[in-house]
Design a protein. Structure first.
Lengths: 312, 486, 328
């Protein structure tokens, strides 16, 4: 590994000594609220869109994915059991901290995606606003998706949405922050917990986001992030029997990966599958800046219907 | 002398700064009145003067409505919902940050125990803003639009008049949905409790809310009338007495102004023989003595099944003797001061009526301070449906106890009132809860609990308790267009 | 009271000719239900009381005097028990005015050691018996266990109920076990006065508040002098809501029969703040008569040192630390 030109870092002051050497970050996994290296000990090079070396990211293994699912399952009861108000507050706090760190995110996105600073800035704003949009849904989902059913007979009957459980998500390969947020927020807002496989070539914004999650009241295990080769990790999540749903967005333009195969594997325990955008076997990445609707929230919700007689 | 008395535990007043006098908050700034006068607001537990505030005149009301109109037609009206929402998120977070300050101020101005303003009023107010912030950019999902493919649109300038019993909370119930849906607001707090509304104006400034979106004008009944009747106001929202509610309904007749009214109540709290008895007693106490009984949805009638009436009343009286009445700023106080001399006079008058009607009065033994307005928790037994104290709203810590034999009789007695705001049901039997809930003509039914509020839960009355709902998806309706007809 | 007296008393209270499992079931299942959410809310509301200055000082001293200082470990030795007893007699060597605790609570085979170590003081020796903590053994074993403790000089017996029997509805069996052990407390003590009997429910295993209410009434019917939440070996141990239910039970039992039964929450009460919340609850639910070590105890070990540190703070005006209280 050869030393490369120092990575451009947006907010490092260079007052006084022009040759100041910056302290570079180590990029690790985010599992169960902690930042471990991969149990496999492997890393891989992450390069800027322009080609320069950025960092060594952890190359996650199937065992890391396994541990992440355990952490996600462990966190599910409490997260799903928290009040909707509380979840909304926690998500809003994430947005507050993202806003506070926008310079770092903008720098991450600019180098990862090769965007000019103004455009990267705009992407960060969109990502934060997307997160806020989802935060505001937490205490409204039940009112829109649930309701009283006017059954015949002296019965009270109500249908209520409930989170499905542990959701695995392949984050988009190209849109390293906005796409990531668009995929992750709708999973957790309703009480699900998540195991996210970051964009293979552009994982650094996801790691920065997990640092924000770790410091913003998101309970340990609610979100878990694995960096590494999508094609290596995804099949283990698709076949995992303790995963209740899977988002295949990140299969679009992923190396050596067939979303159809992943969907087939998911059928083993009848996971709820969110297919990637596109027609037929083609998987494409959509325009993430388009206004979202409830599709991604609904994808990971069950509906429970309860009856009770009415009589004195 | 009890063994364990708890020493005085006063919350400090130092956290809040009360100015000697206040102007009106119009167009984003505190301004002097043009044609109003001044009056004083006092601490009802001590009669100490807290501050001088403005009694806004017609000219002041005009200025406020103009400022609200300008903001509506200007920056606010053009702002996308997502950005409006962010202002509301800011307000919610600032209220949470300054929660202690607001709680102390509310207790000083209103007389309610610090325990309640701290644990109920202020957190609910912040939550109300937080909930509505999230609606600002999601209105198309709320099932409101009246057709024609048009999303719900705001109405314009809203005139809001709120009561003295939950000043900050009622402010949040009015302002949050109005702003979330894109309207602008002129709000008049009650004459005896203006201070938390005036402090809220500071929060609007801290949140950089565009000028004129929220305007706070203080004053008494006449100011409220000017606001309600102002031709520049598109919608009025009122919480207060049924009598004034009817005046408002009359005054807007023939105009195109829409109104929501949250008025009085005389709720029945119904206790069956299979109720979880200890929790039911707590529910009865909470129902009528929380906030000194100054609650429109108070469970002011206890309807107890006749076969357990004596036991329930015995437990209730025993429980009332552990209620602590006293300095509202003391953290251990359960029951605070009556809000004003006028309200105290009304409570005394109606309690006198109860005695002369032949009901049996019992009051918890209390020692009151020399100054301030105080009334002991009081229970009337042997009350009949025809007694005035079973029909008229007392709005104080006075409970009327009636009995019933069957569920049908309980329903008949509960519904036998021009009011219809709330009701309580205490029984372990689920089917009975649901059957009773179907039968009761009340906008809010609490089963095995009482006086529970949430921003997501619609609140409002049937019959003479008013019309319209506040909170939840339903509460947004009053603030948006419904399609072709307004 | 003999077992037959207990049964006779029970028959009279229930108004039945013979005390059968069916009649006990009807009586217990006829008690008013407990609304879980409402009970939690009441406990939480009581926990907001603020206790300051002189009231706090009184409460701390009262709480210390209510402690059953406990060691119930397999690894307990004679010296460990002696050390605990020394702590019980002089909780704060730096301040002789500190009250002594109410009792020392140990396994039955350690009773002779404790009796010797506490000689001359007013501190009682309480022994856990009846196959503590599990309660899984024959009645023979449970009675022998209890008799051994009594013969060795125990003032108080903390027995566990058979939770398996309770949860499977064999209320009469639970009643009979309590009544038999209560009778032994009357006959077999070496002290001249009957030993007092605490009945442990292990509320963490009973789980529902309705069960806690039923267990309370069943134990009082059978002659319990004290009802106690937990062994401290199962989590959750004592909680505010469970203790609330038990305080309501003893209050209502007093209204019905005129006699006063004590309450002991045990396990999980670690801080002065916690202890004061419990005393507030005793005060406002049961009343003055229960604010006394004869009617209310804390089953605790670590709590004592926290109370002592708070006591020191009130005396000196600044915060204390673990180095300024002795370990037992």
């Amino acid at each position: 590994m050869s030393p490369a030109a120092p990575r451009r870092s947006g907010s490092q002051p260079h007052g006084g000594h022009d040759q100041r050497i910056e302290v570079r970050k180590t990029y690790k996994l985010y599992i169960g609220g902690a930042f471990p290296r991969s149990e496999s000990g492997r890393t891989y090079e992450v390069r800027a869109a322009a080609g320069s070396f950025l960092a060594n990211a952890a190359m996650g293994s199937r065992k890391d994915a396994r541990d992440a699912v355990v952490a996600a399952r462990g966190a599910f009861g409490k997260w799903a059991g928290a009040s909707a108000y509380n979840r909304g507050q926690v998500l809003y706090r994430v947005a507050e901290l993202m806003e506070g760190r926008r310079a770092q995110f903008a720098s991450d996105v600019a180098t990862a995606e090769g965007l000019p600073p103004s455009r990267a800035d705009q992407v960060v704003s969109q990502a934060i606003d997307r997160w806020v949009w989802y935060a505001g849904w937490s205490d409204k989902i039940a009112q829109i998706l649930g309701g009283l059913n006017p059954v015949t007979g002296a019965y009270f009957n109500i249908s209520a949405p409930e989170p499905a459980g542990v959701v695995a998500a392949l984050a988009p390969q190209h849109s390293s922050l906005l796409g990531l947020v668009a995929v992750l927020a709708p999973i957790i807002v309703s009480g699900n917990t998540a195991v996210v496989v970051a964009s293979q070539a552009r994982p650094l914004p996801a790691v920065t986001l997990s640092e924000v999650l770790a410091t913003s009241d998101v309970p340990a295990g609610v979100v878990n992030l694995i960096t590494g080769r999508t094609a290596e990790i995804a099949p283990w999540l698709a076949t995992h029997r303790d995963v209740n749903a899977i988002d295949l967005s990140g299969a679009a333009d992923a190396d050596d990966l067939s979303w159809a195969e992943l969907e087939r594997a998911s059928a083993d325990n009848l996971k709820r599958v969110l297919r990637p955008a596109g027609d037929g076997l083609d998987a494409v990445e959509p325009d993430w800046s388009a206004a979202p609707d409830l599709t991604r929230i609904k994808a990971y919700l069950e509906t429970k219907t309860v009856w009770h007689p009415k009589g004195h | 002398m009890a063994k364990f008395d708890y020493a005085p535990a006063p919350e400090s007043r130092a956290i809040v700064t009360i100015r000697p006098s206040y102007g009106l908050f119009i167009g984003g700034e505190f301004v002097q009145s043009t044609d109003g006068s001044r009056f004083k607001t006092i601490n009802p537990s001590s009669e100490e003067v807290l501050a001088e505030v403005t009694d806004a005149g017609q000219g002041d009301v005009d200025a406020a409505v103009r400022a609200a109109r300008k903001a509506f037609e200007g920056p606010w009206g053009r702002l996308p919902g997502a950005e409006r929402g962010k202002y509301l998120f800011r307000i919610a977070r600032i209220l949470a940050e300054r929660a202690r300050e607001f709680a102390v101020l509310e207790t000083l101005d209103n007389g309610k125990p610090i325990k309640e303003s701290r644990d109920v009023d202020v957190p609910l107010a912040a939550a109300h803003f937080f909930y509505h912030a999230g609606w600002a950019d999601k209105l198309e999902y709320a099932g409101l639009a009246g057709g024609g493919g048009q999303g719900p649109k705001p109405l314009g300038v809203v005139g809001q008049v709120i009561p003295w019993n939950f000043p900050l909370l009622m402010l949040s119930w009015k302002i949050a949905p109005a702003l979330a849906t894109g309207n602008t607001v002129v709000l008049k707090p009650a004459e005896t409790t203006p201070l938390t509304a005036l402090l809220f104006a500071e929060v609007c400034q801290q949140a950089d809310l565009p000028a004129g979106v929220v305007n706070i004008i203080t004053g008494a009944g006449q100011t409220g009338r000017h606001l309600i009747e102002h031709p520049g106001v598109d919608k009025v929202a009122f919480t207060g007495s049924t009598q004034v509610g009817k005046e408002i309904a009359r005054s807007i007749a023939g105009t195109r102004k829409r109104a929501t009214l949250e008025l009085g109540g005389k709720a029945a709290n119904i206790v069956f023989d299979d109720a979880p008895i200890d929790e039911a007693v707590e529910g009865i106490v909470n129902g009528i003595f929380f906030n000194q009984g100054h609650v429109c949805c108070a469970g002011s009638r206890l309807l107890v099944q006749e076969n357990v009436a004596d036991d329930v009343v015995m437990r209730l009286k025993r429980r009332l003797q552990t209620l602590r009445v006293g300095d509202p700023l003391d953290k251990n106080t359960d029951i605070g001061a009556i809000n004003s001399a006028a309200q105290l006079a009304r409570i005394r008058e109606l309690t006198q009526v109860g005695e002369s009607e032949g009901a049996t009065r019992w009051s918890a033994p209390c020692a009151f301070p020399d100054r301030g307005f105080w009334f002991p928790p009081t229970v009337f037994t042997e009350v009949s449906q025809s007694h005035r104290i079973a029909q008229e709203e007392i709005f104080g810590p006075v409970l009327s106890v009636l009995t019933f034999r069957t569920p049908q009789e309980a329903v008949a007695k509960a519904n036998n009132t021009p009011y219809g705001l709330s009701a309580g049901i205490w029984t372990e039997k689920g089917s009975r809860i649901l059957w009773m809930a179907d039968q009761l003509r009340a906008g809010v039914v609490w089963a095995n609990t009482f006086n529970r509020f949430d921003p997501t839960s619609p609140f409002g009355g049937y019959k003479e308790s008013g019309y319209g709902r506040e909170g939840g998806r339903h509460g947004l309706q009053a603030y948006v267009t419904t399609g072709a007809t307004r | 009271m003999s077992s037959t007296t207990a049964a006779a008393g029970a028959r009279e209270l229930l108004g039945v000719a013979s005390l059968t499992n069916a009649s006990l079931t009807r009586w217990l299942h006829g008690l008013p239900g407990v609304d879980h959410v409402g009970a939690d809310a009441r406990a939480a509301a009581l926990a907001t009381r603020s206790v300051k200055t002189t009231s706090k000082a009184w409460a701390i001293d009262t709480a210390i005097a209510m402690i059953d200082l406990t060691t119930l470990e397999g690894a307990d030795t004679e010296r460990k028990v002696r050390s605990l007893c020394a702590k019980a007699m002089a909780p704060d060597p730096g301040d002789p005015a500190t009250p002594q605790v109410a009792a020392v609570c140990i396994y039955a085979d350690m009773v002779p050691v404790a009796v010797d170590a506490l000689r001359g003081s007013n501190i009682h020796v309480a022994a856990v018996t009846a196959a503590f903590p599990s309660g899984r053994a024959t009645m023979e074993v449970k009675l022998t266990d209890t008799r051994d403790a009594l013969h060795a000089g125990a003032h108080e017996i903390d027995m566990v109920i058979d939770r398996g029997a309770f949860l499977s509805g064999r209320y009469l069996q639970v009643f009979n076990e309590i009544a038999a052990i209560k009778a032994a407390c009357g006959h077999e003590g070496t002290r001249g006065a009957p030993a007092h009997l605490k009945v442990i429910f292990e509320t963490g295993e009973l789980v529902t508040y309705d069960n806690v209410r039923r267990a309370s009434w069943l134990a009082m019917l059978a002659g319990a002098d004290f009802i106690k939440t937990s062994t401290g070996k199962v989590s959750p141990a004592a909680t505010m809501p469970v203790t609330l239910i038990m305080l309501e039970a003893v209050r209502d039992w007093h209204t019905l029969t005129g006699s006063r039964v004590g309450v002991k929450p045990a396990g999980g009460i670690r801080t002065t703040k916690d202890a004061l919340k419990y005393l507030v609850m005793v005060n406002e639910v049961a009343g003055d008569d229960w604010l006394d070590p004869a009617r209310f105890r804390f089953g605790a070990s670590g709590l004592l040192n926290d109370l002592l540190q708070q006591r020191q703070k009130l005396a000196t005006g600044h915060y204390s630390g673990p180095d300024y209280v002795s370990i037992d």
